[in-house]
Each structure stands twice: as C-alpha cells, then as structure tokens.
Design a protein around this ligand. Structure first.
Ligand SMILES: [Zn+2]
Length: 338
C-alpha cells in the first residue's frame, strides 16, 4: 500500500461518508464535501491512503474503525472511541496544508538541493511523509485505547489545557507508533528506488528526506513560536517529538542495515543532519528563520531534551495503554509465523 495513482472516485468517497454518517449517527455538516475543490484528486488520494492505513491496522483491536474528513480549515485531527467504535477524524485543513506546502509547492519543485529520486518527486515524497505522520499518529491513539479516548484526543485543543504527564506519554507513544509504521514505508521506498543497493548512505538520505516534512510540519503549528519547554501543555515540544521519531526510525533502519551486513547509522547524527537539511530549505516554507532558531535552541538544550525524553520513555514502561509494545507484539507474531 503506497501513495499512488490508485485512489477512489468521488462517488465512492460519498458512499464512505454515508456509511460512516449512519454508523456514527453524525449530522451531514460534519462531513467535508470537496467535489468542486481544485485539490479534489489530491484529497481523494490522501483519503484513500488514510482509509487503507486504518483498515490495515484493525487487527490491533480497533475494529470497527471509521475515518472521516471534517469541513474545517483549522489544522486539527482527533481520535476517539464512541459506543465501541474507533474513530479518526481529520480536518480538511490538514490535507489542504499538505497539498499546498508539499504536493503543489513550486518553490520546492524548483529547488535543486536534492537530486530527483528516479521516478519519485520530492514534492510527492514530502507530501506523503507528512500525510502518513498524521494518520499513523491518530491510529496510534486508537491502539492505545487510553481513558482519554472516551472524550476526544484532540491534537490542538481549543482551550488551553493543563499539563499532564500522562498526556505527554501518550503523545510520544503515538509519535513512536507512527514512526514504526512510517519506517516500513521508508524501507519499501528505499527498496523500490535502490533495489539491492540500499547502502547506509542511501538510507540516511531517505531518513533525512522523510523527516524534513516532520520538521516543517511541527514547526508550522502549535509550539513553533515557543522556546523549548518541558512539563507544559498537552503535547511535548516539537524538538522532543522529533528526537523521539528520528531515533525510532533510525533504530528500525539499523535493524535492516545490520541484517544486510551494512554499517548502522548514528541516531544523533541523523537528527542533526535532518535539521541541517531542513534549514537549507526554510526559505521554501517560511518567511522567517525558524528552522535556524530551532536548530540553535535544540542544540543549546540538547542534554535536557534527551533527559526529558528518557523520562517519558521510562514512564511508558509497564503502562498497559501504549501502542508501541502492541506493535512489537504484533510484528513478532507475524515474523514467527514466517
Ligand atoms: Zn496526539
């Protein structure tokens, strides 16, 4: 399953909306109608991927699972459980942002920093990686099945919510779940592009390319104007989230490299490299130098960032509602069957 030219028609999208509307007893106004949007095909492409991703993971005990797009332009997504139904709801604003920032970004298209990866355009790769990040993060929340899911696990809460360490733990766990799913796509892309010649260097480039969109994404929204913080807000600071994700992706890639007798990658090195490459592209995405600022602040606080992440990861251990151990259990049982 990859982002491709295969996607559902608008009529099929409407049928999906109708089924979800009836199953969840929601009003029609909660469903996005984008028939006349210039981005219609991009939206259908992302929706198709989202729906397939969600249905491919129902074996994690999240069945029946429903996905729908809301007609709101704010950047937000949420996961919830209602009457034993698992629900992911994404505002069309996120899809619009992904399409404009990545898929159709002319400045990015004309940037020669990265050589074209055979048939794959950078615009498409960045757009797909950003889109994956959102859906797998939300699915991660469903898999957690935490007590927070009964209300609404909102990515950008409307009201300022108080800090709760449990929530930070859930957010990092959802990011890590997302990273595990994304790593599989990354390795698939690497295999498609390079075949058997996937070297350490080439995989490092793939990791950098996949993580630049996360940096752009996280720095575009909540928390981007704030200096590094730790025990505050619902979500950890982007620097902490990014470090967690890159560490996880590199770990998965290293398993691959080691099994192919290749030199493993250094986690910190990949983090630094991704931020440096994102910095070179900041004019493409921002009018200010926020990636430079992020790089400097991250560097200044690096020990504290690492310590906070370690604290979160230690608190995660033994917590029943975590998605990452469920992912590993599932994959171990799949590998044992092979
Ligand atoms: Zn979340």
């Amino acid at each position: 399953m990859e982002f491709g030219d295969d996607y559902i028609s608008y009529d099929e999208y409407l049928t999906s909306c109708k089924e979800t509307k009836e199953a969840l007893k929601l009003p029609k106004k909660e469903f996005c109608d984008f028939e006349f949007s210039p981005y219609k095909n991009n939206f259908l492409q992302i929706f198709t991927f989202y729906e397939e991703a969600l249905q491919s993971l129902v074996e994690f005990g999240i069945s029946p699972a429903y996905l729908y797009l809301s007609p709101y332009f704010s950047i937000n997504a949420r996961a919830r459980i209602h009457e034993n139904k698992y629900i992911v709801n994404v505002n069309i604003g996120i899809l619009k942002w992904i399409v404009e920032e990545f898929y159709l970004n002319e400045k990015l298209k004309n940037n020669s920093q990265f050589v074209k990866l055979k048939s794959l355009s950078i615009n498409r790769l960045f757009g797909s990686a950003a889109a994956m990040f959102t859906i797998y993060h939300e699915i991660g929340h469903l898999v957690q099945n935490s007590k927070f899911l009964e209300s609404n696990l909102e990515e950008i809460p409307k009201k300022v919510k108080q800090f709760a360490i449990e929530r930070h733990i859930l957010e990092i766990d959802a990011d890590l779940f997302s990273s595990l799913c994304i790593s599989e796509h990354l390795l698939y892309y690497a295999h498609t592009i390079y075949g058997k010649e996937v070297s350490t260097k080439k995989l490092e480039l793939m990791i950098v390319l996949f993580t630049i969109p996360f940096i752009i994404y996280l720095l575009s929204f909540e928390g981007n104007k704030q200096d590094i913080y730790f025990e505050e807000k619902t979500h950890p600071h982007p620097a902490i989230r990014l470090l967690a994700m890159i560490t996880s992706i590199v770990t998965q890639c290293n398993l691959f490299l080691i099994s192919h007798n290749r030199t493993p990658l250094n986690q910190k090195g990949c983090f630094v490299q991704s931020v440096l490459e994102a910095e070179k592209l900041q004019d493409v995405f921002f009018e200010d130098n926020r990636v430079t600022w992020f790089k400097l602040r991250t560097n200044f606080y690096q020990t504290k960032i690492q310590q906070y992440l370690v604290k979160i990861l230690e608190l995660k251990i033994g917590n029943a509602s975590m998605a990452v151990p469920k992912w590993h259990t599932m994959h171990n049982s799949i590998n044992n069957k092979k």
